[in-house]
Design a protein around this ligand. Structure first.
Ligand code: ATP
Ligand code: FE
Length: 371
């Protein structure tokens, strides 16, 4: 099988061609980071326009690099949710057009499932059931993957995701936002003293596996105000004393943000082993999983629990087309796809958007265990 994957759920336009043996034939990402830095966040309408401008070119480049034509594809996979519907629509329109024109089977993919399953492309030993911690800009999920398409949600965020907290911290610290905020905070944190400011670890009193990052964000903002840090002055122009204060906040924030992950992860592993004692792996994926400090700390927890950590390389942790193509392959193999009738119009290709789409059911017993 050889599948094209298309991803436009948020601010990156991505496409890739992947073989069912795991070979990545091409991978193209067009980022809107410059736009984001300019306007300080994702504006759906603007993001939609940016996707529309580049989608044809990104897909063509993915096919060209893979040295493959549309006709040679086995299927097209595309993200149908969760995400911004204006943005999702751009990718879905393109996928429908290809499927309609070339009579290709089409697979609608769950963006967060794809973040988790790409680990099976990276680590071929990774069998179901396994656990996944998915940490990105919009999600903070602890999942037990029992089988393909069969997930139990052990925990989620009650407000913000960790990536959002990294992004706001970066913005308030006056860091260079041309890349996303996370890498900038990670880099600055290396210079700082992680114990200089005592932030409170969120949700300590809750014996569940849920997350909260809104309160930590507020604590960071207050520390920034207390230290008279002016985000209008970029870090590159800050005095050495000012830079030091910013680095201390970055390091202290990161320590507590990750401690929160560690605590909930440890509990989730215990829950998961009760449901599926044969779990051997914890997958950590999503944009924040590219962070070296996050990886090292979670590795420590996983080893303590005698499990193994699988963390895809950074280019497969942040949004990409490979994970969509791969998840398409996994579902295609199981017969989960639609084939359009020959010579139909793109509008006749059946594929609905699912902008809000939970990944699996909530772990009901968790509620009583949490008491
Ligand atoms: P979602 O997957 O929830 O829909 P998204 O698709 O926007 O959100 P991803 O591309 O998966 O998110 O991840 C982007 C997030 O990852 C951003 O918040 C970014 O700051 C964060 N991130 C990327 N690299 C790092 C890093 N090295 N350290 C911390 N955070 C990082
Ligand atoms: Fe994502």
């Amino acid at each position: 099988l050889v599948v094209l994957g298309i991803e436009t759920s948020c601010d990156d336009t991505a496409a890739a061609v992947v073989r069912s043996n795991g070979q990545i034939l091409s991978q193209v990402v067009s980022s809107q980071a410059d736009l984001l830095a300019q306007f300080g966040g994702v504006a759906p309408k603007m993001a939609e326009e940016a996707h529309s401008r580049v989608i044809d070119q990104v897909v063509q480049e993915a096919l060209d690099k893979a040295e493959i034509t549309e006709k040679e594809l086995s299927a097209v996979a595309v993200t149908i949710g969760p995400g911004l519907s204006l943005c999702l629509r751009v990718g879905v329109r393109k996928a429908r057009k290809l499927a309609g024109t070339y009579v290709l089977p089409i697979v609608g993919v769950h963006h967060m499932e794809a973040h988790a399953l790409v680990a099976r492309l990276v680590e071929r030993e990774l069998q179901f059931p396994f656990m996944a911690l998915l940490i990105s800009g919009g999600h903070n999920l602890l999942i037990l993957a029992r089988d393909l398409g069969h997930y139990i949600q052990l925990g989620t965020t009650i407000d913000d995701a960790i990536g959002e907290a990294y992004d706001k911290t970066a913005k308030w610290l006056g860091l260079d936002m041309r890349k996303s905020g996370g890498p900038a905070v990670e880099e600055l944190a290396r210079e700082g003293d992680a114990n200089s400011i005592v932030f409170k670890v969120p949700m300590k009193q809750h014996k569940d596996c849920n997350f909260s990052y809104a309160g930590l964000k507020t604590q960071v903002r207050l520390a920034i105000e207390a230290n008279n840090i002016d985000a209008e002055i970029p870090i590159s122009s800050a005095s050495s004393e000012d830079r030091r204060a910013r680095a201390d906040i970055a390091a202290s924030f990161q320590r507590v943000a990750v401690l929160h992950l560690e605590e909930k992860c440890e509990r989730a592993i215990e829950w998961a082993l009760k449901i599926e004692p044969s779990v051997k792996f914890l997958v950590v994926s999503g944009g924040v999983a590219s962070n070296q400090f996050v990886r090292a700390r979670l590795n420590h927890i996983v080893e303590k629990k005698c499990l193994q950590l699988v963390c895809p390389p950074p280019s497969l942790c942040t949004d990409n087309g490979v994970m969509i193509a791969w998840t398409g392959i996994e579902h295609f193999r199981m017969g989960r796809y639609d084939t359009p009738p020959p010579a139909c119009e793109p509008e006749d290709v059946v594929l609905d958007l699912r902008p809000r789409w939970p990944l699996g059911e909530e772990y009901a017993e968790g509620r009583s265990e949490a008491r």
